[in-house]
Design a protein around this ligand. Structure first.
Ligand SMILES: [Zn+2]
Length: 305
């Protein structure tokens, strides 16, 4: 467990950075990566997807409207190359880069697959590297792949029997992250190198350059743990109008299940519902609807119970 008042990245020797997409490692942790390595520590980056479901920048840069499976695979290879170029600049050795090639925008669905298809490879990575610090997406991040990446890693960590590493969550697609914040400032030289590393992610700068450059101007910021709500009490009060379409997905070491919101017992009128889970911790729940939407971000996202 990290104490926010005394945390220094240099106190960790083996740091695993978990990136759902190529560029997350740079946006969230380029300064931390450089600080750990400058102090003699080893950083490994674990890339979960190649960011291949990224149609608008691809349409723009490739001047095409229709994107077929071959186009998508080519885009993924391009983004993987950009990731390698950025890690070259950040000084992460080739031997410390792992890429799983899972489908972009498919990490929530991954949780529903057999554990051999996600938990086993993640535990293998943990056993192989034996991190003392894992830097992973914040659970409250509203990009569905980011929240799901947190849950996938936490469930893999629960299945790994070694001394648990310290955890830091990083926000990318969320304004306010609940919990104590840890700022990890970087020197001017490290910040300049972060800018150069971001410039390698040219596909991402095409349509979002302003937003991403503003993002990396900020001091890197982390949350040490996810705040756990009162036992079993869900943190959301969605509009009753949405009731028939709301679903709660529950992910624990025992598996994944989805239940209609309307079947959850109410504490009292107007209160958030409560769920009783006998499963071993950690326990995660996600509120969502089953309505189709062009908006990719989560309205409510995940919470830990
Ligand atoms: Zn991402």
């Amino acid at each position: 467990m990290i104490d926010p008042s005394t945390f220094r990245p240099e106190d960790h020797r083996r740091v695993l950075i978990v990136a759902p997409h190529p560029d997350d490692e740079t946006l969230a942790a380029a300064g931390l990566i450089q600080r750990v390595q400058a102090a003699g520590g080893t950083v490994r980056v674990l890339l979960l997807t190649d960011g291949d479901a990224n149609p608008w920048p691809q349409r723009w840069l490739e001047r095409r409207l229709r994107i077929g499976p071959a186009d998508r695979a080519r885009w993924g290879r391009r983004r993987r190359d950009e990731w390698h170029a950025a890690l070259d600049l950040l000084g992460v050795p080739v031997g410390e880069r792992r890429a799983l090639g899972w489908p972009d925008m498919g990490l929530t669905a991954r949780l529903a697959l057999a554990p051999a298809l996600w938990r086993t490879p993640l535990v293998r990575e943990l056993k192989d590297f034996r991190p003392d610090l894992v830097v992973l997406p914040a659970l409250a991040d509203r990009h569905p792949d980011h929240g799901a990446a947190h849950v996938l890693m936490r469930l893999a960590l629960a299945a790994w029997t070694q001394e648990p590493p310290a955890l830091l969550g990083y926000p990318v697609h969320v304004r306010d992250v609940p919990g104590a914040r840890i700022e990890v400032p970087a020197s001017a030289a490290f910040m300049a190198q972060k800018e150069r590393a971001l410039a390698c992610h040219r596909t991402q700068l095409a349509l979002s350059g302003g937003r991403l450059r503003r993002l990396i101007e900020r001091t890197e910021c982390y949350v040490p743990t996810t705040p756990v709500t009162a036992p079993g009490v869900l943190p959301w009060r969605p509009s009753p109008v949405l009731g028939p379409w709301l679903r709660l997905t529950i992910a624990t070491p025992a598996g994944l299940r989805t239940v209609p919101w309307s079947t959850l017992p109410r504490l009292r009128a107007g209160s958030p519902p409560r769920v009783e889970l006998d499963d071993p911790a950690p326990r995660f729940v996600k509120l969502h609807t089953n309505l189709p939407s062009p908006w990719i971000f989560d309205l409510w996202g995940w919470a830990e119970l």
